[in-house]
Design a protein around this ligand. Sequence first.
Ligand code: FAD
Length: 392
Amino acid sequence: TRPRVVVVGAGFGGATAARWLAAGGVDTTLVEASPNYVACPRSNEVVAGLRGIEAQTLGYDALGRAGLTFVHGTARAVDAGARRVSLGDGTALPYDRLILSPGIDLRFDAVPGYDAAAAEAMPHAWKAGAQTVLLARQLAAMPEGGTVVLSAPANPYRCPPGPYERASLIAHFLKARKPRAKLILLDAKDTFSKQKLFEAAWARLYRDVLEVVPLAGGGQVSEVDPAAMVVRTDFAEIKADVACIIPPQRAGRIAAQAGCADRSGWCPIDPVSFESRLVPGIHVIGDAAIAGAMPKSAFSANAQGKVCAQAVIDLLAGREPETPRLINTCYSLVAPDDGISIAGVFRPTDGQLADVPGAGGISPLDAPDAVRRQEAAYGESWYRTITREVFG
Ligand code: FAD
């Protein structure tokens, strides 16, 4: 019989891996809990009222026609000894190899006062969908002269430049639509992705709107009170009209259930095959994995999906997987039609994915407007291409 591979999670990582396996003739089952996929890349534009959530919502019909078995269901448990995944409805799926790409869970035990109920008043909007729409509505409804608080977590978390793109686009929205309103960015760290580029844009565009407060020494928001709409730090108590709290995160629950997550909450992997360092026969890709210097991005998850799927094909055929090179590029908007980017190349080095020195790059600090407009257009075209490749 043909070897069977089960993939859990039809996001950027899992859907990519499942397509690659199916194209390689592997008996592939892809399990996904949601009826459709709401993409996070470009969702900050939805938050800022520049784009509708429909534009982010992708169906799974095409994946169902990709030569794989698409199962709508939730993976509830993995029996790694028996090599079996059980679903919420009791179905058991046997596998020879399992790929987990469950994305993230928000840690509702990390910021005092910030639990799942609090997220209904103070949205994180770090999983796209209802949360994104809620934050966009709150911003649209807030009074002139109001205060928005945005809090960014310590590393590692999904999409390193994401909070700063969000800060930029919210500031743009306030400047255009809410006279005298302010945005306070509370950051649990002092340094962050594309920092010089973001800071230059903020100085140029949002000097009167955006105030950045680094919580020195790796601190974080000390408490939130969603009923009073108050956010507290060690230094201040801020009354917010809108509060977006992005809490710390961990690998999606099924990864821990399967025994693949370590004490950090994320999953250590072999950088050549993405096989779990903790559970043989299970591979972990995308945001859930500890991928060394590779950021948690859709671009990374897509690249890892291909590399991991090919390694699984090789391992099933008794071949040694080849040592991969992986690429990531992250585009961000600092304003509509004003984009910046960072690119990197990664290879396994001493058991970790490490940056290939000199291979990546970052947008120049002094680029003329035409280049910035071009980078914004590259970002849009990257989004169109990747969503068509993975979901189209
Ligand atoms: P996901 O895409 O989250 O997919 C996981 C899937 O698994 C989900 O569909 C979920 O329903 C399913 N699932 C989970 N558990 C189970 C289970 N037990 N059973 C069945 N199904 C399950 N990245 C970029 O590259 N560029 C960007 O510009 C960019 N912008 C971003 C902006 C924001 C605001 C945010 C929050 C993120 C952004 N990202 C961006 C990051 C990107 O969205 C993630 O890195 C990417 O989605 C990770 O892919 P994944 O496959 O690991 O997880």
